[in-house]
Design a protein. Structure first.
Lengths: 868, 250
């Protein structure tokens, strides 16, 4: 061996403290090394360990008196070469991952000092493995060897350390305990930053209870099932190869073979042919009492040759015997052969069928191998059996047609299983890891997340047609563009009886398109109402649905459309509230496969012709299902003022102020964008300019009517994408509880909500990446200025904006307070709390610039009721 | 006190009876601390309400330390088992029931079983590897606080004439800790007395009645065997080492 440096002997708490501070200091320096430096050191250390694999193997066997030199050479070789090869290009220093588009960066940092508990069974290879991992991850490491293997363990660590130092690593980066005791082991574990414990269950438990984060891995009791479809020769020889490897000291090694009845004889013959010895009854009993004493493994047999163990038991077997096999029946822990034996002693069971084999394997795993490894030999076409096995085994490694010793440690018989000498057993084994331990478990990852904004969108119907008299022109497309054959018209009784559908049916007749009509849409349509129409639609099987009317008719038509396309539609799921329409849990079904949807509004209000929303009431429960999804966008919107000319005053007023509310709420929404802003501003100005005349003069001012029709549609587009706010949340509930028209309900709280939102110091603001700070007031002022409202400063403009809105309301005949509409005071107060909670919970609340408290909503309601 | 009627002679101590008292006289070189500790143990166990001979006096007789306790009337279970072989199983059951009743008590001021075992392991003179294994095994054992006798065997349980009452003697080794360790110790004592069949029956009974897994008791065996080896009885050593020399799998 060529280790040269001298080290202070660590045999007491005092010397330990000195060593620890040396390691800490060295690690602090090493933590600043670059990936390039680290990789150079990692390589040099791996090379050195590799070069010393034979002397280290010899030393291990000599010192521990266990195992096979030649196999330990392989383990050392593996620990050096495979670990190097797997991690040579792995980034472990500094930035290891970066995605500038998403603004995310991951930075690897060392953990500090690793406490490495090294077992007697694989002392040098485990030391090489753990020290190399420490080097690659810029950690210091303190080795706590087993007293039985301390010299070779320490020597392996020295080999790695000295090569690392020669390649530039700080001296003192590794430490070890020269005179191991449980006290010092416990001290290392307590003082370190992380524990990498490979050892018996007691040691692993001590690691986990030390208070230091621990990667402890546990014991195995690998059962191998040989199915009757298995390649018997491959199976038996794989098991022999694995079980004899280092005299059976790899913890993943097979402890029991469960052989299906059909192939039992063949398996037995093959074992015999390859030099394994089957114990007779008397011999089995002798070996039983030798290998296990009071339920614990006899220290004398661990890692010994089969012949030696047999001799200890007083059984004569040929010197060259590879494995001694006991044919036993019980898988209970009281059967000595059912234990982990860490030696070339194997239990063999006969299973009457595959289920029986699985049952036995399950019990063997439970006997002492929870979480570790199980193995199956089978024809790979037996997918069903394999799935059964996978489901039943509570083991973190399930190996198929693979010698489990070499298979479990990874990268030898499967090249995606990470090479490791520390095999996690998951929570079943009381461990914190369930995979093969590697570099990723020994670094801390800092995730740097920069602020990014959500992707936004602007979605409107594919076709939006407008201008007075446009309807017949637009409908022409049903034939020329879409070649539709059957149209279904949805409208309400008033419109139907007053001939509003006639221009449409005339046009359809002209084009030779068949049609049918449902003209019984109720105000605030119910599900029953929609189902009535749906029945007709289903019977008629149209390829286009034409909705004619106000919000109710268009909403009802949208619902019928859903029920027609998807008869099993589940409204409860569809109506489920969401925070982000693109992250919602429910995936809305695809629409438009049976019918195209054309929306023709008859009032300047809801904007439903261009929105993805619909509300339906379940008359049985009184529940309102607000549906929202872009699948609900009409395919075509036709905004023809001829359909609105003669709207009554009340409707003009209520729906007109609704437009204003839509536009204002969309403008101050946390989801407002430049795209929606333009539409919203123009709509606000238009309503201010034209609503009074449209209200006053009706059909006598066709320009005002047309402007209002367009403003309604524009506001619809704005809130279809920017959404609304607490004004609508509150109006929805106010309307529902006290039977006020939707537009009126909006108007009654409009200015109160504006004042509320405009606070510079709101209790809480809305959560949305784009919404950077409370700025609702600025936005109101902007909107006011755009509408031509003046003032000497923002505050004055804001006040004038409120005043202008109040004036507008007055001009169009809207009363001042909720009370003025005859809402009973007692009833109002009695239902207030419930209404408040429901308003708070309304889907519209989320986009409000100020995130409301329920007490605040209540206050607004009260102000709106009494007019302050 | 009249030291006339010798009722038992043990290594380094002799027990006499004087009317309603039993007098345990220790050899001259016996540790004073151990004597006082034993008396204190008895006093502490008395507080649990368990039926034991109460300590009446700690004194010196002819320059030797002595503990005077009440005398327990009746026969030991060991004697009863011997006298009536047929009923041995019944007595064994009684024995286990009494041990379980004892385990249901707590005596928070008693020494801790794990501390004691740790000391014993250090005193064994076993090689470092074996001690390391034993230490690791001991450390992983649960910390309980049940009253443990430490030498619970049929010679230390006296049954009254009418068979109604029992008294547990000899509290020199009493600790608080894991009942399974106490059971492991009892199991070992059966083995050492040559009653292997009795040992197995005892263990079965104990595990069944206390709803304990057998391997849980067995996990203590290497530890109690190591602890016993400190006594240094040459005839026991090979057997004890056989039990001690096991490993926890890795």
């Amino acid at each position: 061996m060529n280790t040269k440096m001298t080290y202070e002997v660590v045999d007491s708490a005092e010397t330990f403290e000195r060593m620890l501070s040396r390691v800490r200091e060295a690690q602090k320096l090493y933590a600043s090394y670059t990936q390039e430096q680290v990789d150079k050191i990692f390589r040099a250390a791996a090379m050195a360990a590799n070069q010393q694999r034979i002397p280290l193997a010899k030393m291990a066997v000599e010192e521990t008196g266990m195992g096979v030199v030649e196999d330990k050479v392989i383990k050392n070789h593996y620990a050096a070469e495979y670990i190097y090869n797997t991690y040579k290009n792995t980034k472990t220093c500094g930035v290891v991952e970066e995605d500038p588009a998403f603004g995310i960066k991951k930075i690897a940092e060392p953990i500090g000092v690793i406490a490495a508990v090294i077992p007697t069974t694989n002392p040098t290879s485990t030391a090489i493995f753990k020290t190399l991992l420490a080097l690659k991850t810029r950690n210091g490491i303190i080795i706590s060897p087993h007293p039985r293997a301390k010299k070779c363990t320490i020597e392996a660590a020295k080999v790695v350390l000295e090569a690392a130092v020669k390649a530039g690593a700080p001296e003192g980066l590794f430490g070890w305990i020269d005179v191991p005791s449980l006290e010092l082991t416990n001290t290392v574990m307590r003082e370190a930053d992380i524990i990498l414990a490979t050892g018996g269950p007691g040691m692993v438990k001590a690691a986990y209870s030390s208070g230091t984060p621990a990667l402890g891995v546990g014991a195995g009791n690998t059962p191998a099932i040989i199915d009757d479809t298995a390649d018997v020769i491959l199976a038996v020889n794989s098991i022999i190869h694995s079980k004899t490897f280092d005299n059976g000291m790899i913890c993943a090694s097979e402890q029991s073979v469960i052989v299906l009845d059909k192939v039992y004889k063949a398996v037995k013959e093959e074992f015999k042919k390859r030099g394994c010895y089957f114990l007779n009854k008397a011999e089995t009993e002798k070996v039983r009492k030798t290998i296990i004493i009071n339920g614990a493994l006899n220290a004398k047999i661990v890692g010994q040759k089969a012949h030696t163990i047999a001799a200890l038991a007083g059984v004569e077997v040929p010197e060259t015997t590879k494995i001694i096999i006991g044919e036993v029946e019980s898988v209970d822990i009281s059967e000595e052969f059912a234990h982990e034996k860490l030696s070339p002693v194997l239990a063999m069971y006969k299973a009457k069928d595959f289920d029986d084999a699985i049952k036995k394997a399950e019990q063997l795993v439970a006997d002492g191998g929870y979480g570790h490894t199980s193995s199956l030999y089978i024809h790979v076409s037996e997918k069903e059996k394999m799935a059964k096995h996978q489901a039943a085994m509570k083991t973190c490694r399930i190996l198929v047609n693979t010698p489990s010793s070499q298979g479990g440690i990874g990268d030898l018989y499967n090249f995606k299983l990470a090479p490791s000498l520390t095999l996690g057993c998951g929570s079943w084994g009381g461990n914190s890891v369930s995979e093969n331990v590697g570099v990723k478990h020994l670094i801390n990852i800092k995730t740097v997340a920069e602020r990014r904004e959500n992707m936004l969108w602007f979605r409107v119907p594919e076709k939006v047609y407008f201008k007075k008299g446009c309807m017949p022109v637009a409908l022409d497309e049903l034939k020329t563009e879409y070649h539709k054959k059957k149209a279904f018209i949805v409208t309400d009784t008033f419109l139907y009886q007053n001939g509003y559908t006639k221009p449409i049916t005339d046009k359809l007749d002209e084009m030779g398109i068949q049609y049918s009509c449902f003209w019984n849409v109720q105000p605030d349509p119910t599900l029953a109402n929609a189902l009535e129409g749906t029945k007709q639609i289903r019977d008629f099987e149209p390829d286009v649905i034409i909705a004619l009317g106000g919000g109710s008719a268009m909403d009802a038509a949208k619902i019928m459309w859903v029920l027609y396309e998807h008869p099993d539609a589940d409204f409860e799921s569809m109506a489920m509230d969401f925070m982000d329409i693109r992250k919602r849990i429910y995936k809305f079904p695809k629409m438009g496969e049976k019918a195209l949807f054309v929306a023709i509004p008859t009032s300047a209000g809801t904007g439903s012709e261009v929105t993805p929303f619909a509300i339906i009431t379940d008359e049985k429960t009184g529940t309102k299902w607000p549906l929202a999804d872009y699948e609900l966008l009409p395919n075509m919107a036709i905004v023809d003022v001829d359909n609105m000319m003669n709207a009554p005053k009340g409707l003009t007023s209520a729906s007109g102020i609704d437009v204003m509310t839509h536009a204002i709420e969309a403008y101050v929404s946390i989801m407002a964008t430049q795209f929606t802003d333009g539409l919203a501003l123009k709509a606000i100005k238009t309503v201010f300019d034209y609503l009074p005349s449209a209200y006053e003069n009706g059909a006598n001012d066709p320009i005002a009517r047309e402007k209002m029709a367009e403003a309604s549609c524009m506001a619809g587009m704005a809130f279809a994408n920017a959404f609304l706010g607490v004004n609508h949340s509150m109006a929805h509930k106010l309307g529902a509880y006290h039977h006020l028209p939707h537009g009126i309900a909006n108007a009654l709280i409009l200015t109160e909500v504006i004042r509320y939102n405009a606070a510079d110091v709101p209790t809480k603001m809305g959560t949305f990446s784009q919404y950077q700070y409370p700025h609702a007031k600025e936005r109101y002022v902007e909107a006011a200025r755009f509408a031509g409202i003046q003032g000497k400063n923002d505050d004055e403009v804001f006040e004038n904006f409120i005043k202008a809105l109040e004036d507008l309301k007055k001009k169009i005949g809207i009363k001042k307070t909720i009370k003025d509409y005859g809402v009973d005071e007692k009833y109002f107060l009695d239902t207030l709390d419930e209404m408040v909670e429901n308003a708070f919970n309304d889907q519209c609340t989320g986009a409000n610039p100020r995130y409301p408290l329920m007490s605040e909503i209540k206050e607004i309601y009260l102000k709106a009721y009494y007019g302050k | 006190m009249k030291l006339e009627k010798v009722i038992a002679v043990r290594t380094s101590k002799t027990i006499y009876r004087d009317g309603k008292y039993a007098i345990k006289v220790f050899d001259e070189n016996y540790s004073k601390a151990d004597v006082l500790n034993e008396a204190l143990n008895i006093a502490r166990v008395e507080e649990t309400g368990l039926s034991i001979p109460c300590v009446e006096e700690v004194t010196k007789i002819d320059g030797k330390w002595a503990i005077v306790t009440d005398y327990a009337e009746g026969k030991t279970l060991a004697r009863l088992m011997e006298e009536d072989h047929e009923k041995k199983d019944k007595y064994l059951e009684r024995f286990v029931d009494i041990q379980l009743e004892m385990h249901s008590k707590t005596a928070p001021m008693l020494n801790r079983l794990k501390d004691k075992m740790k000391r014993k392991i250090a005193q064994t003179g076993l090689d470092a590897t074996t001690r390391y294994e034993l230490d690791a095994r001991l450390e992983s054992m649960p910390k309980h606080n049940k009253l443990c006798h430490g030498d619970f065997n049929p010679t230390n349980v006296v049954i009254s004439e009418d068979g109604e009452h029992y008294t547990i003697l000899d509290w020199a080794h009493a600790t608080q800790g894991n009942a399974s360790a106490d059971a492991a110790r009892t199991y070992l004592l059966f083995w050492l007395s040559g009653d292997i069949e009795g040992a197995e029956k005892y263990l079965e009974l104990f595990c069944k009645k206390s709803d304990t897994a057998k391997q849980y008791v067995q996990k203590w065996l290497p530890i109690v065997a190591a602890s016993q080896s400190v006594k240094g009885k040459p005839e026991e050593q090979e057997f004890l080492m056989h039990w001690v020399n096991v490993v926890e799998y890795e």
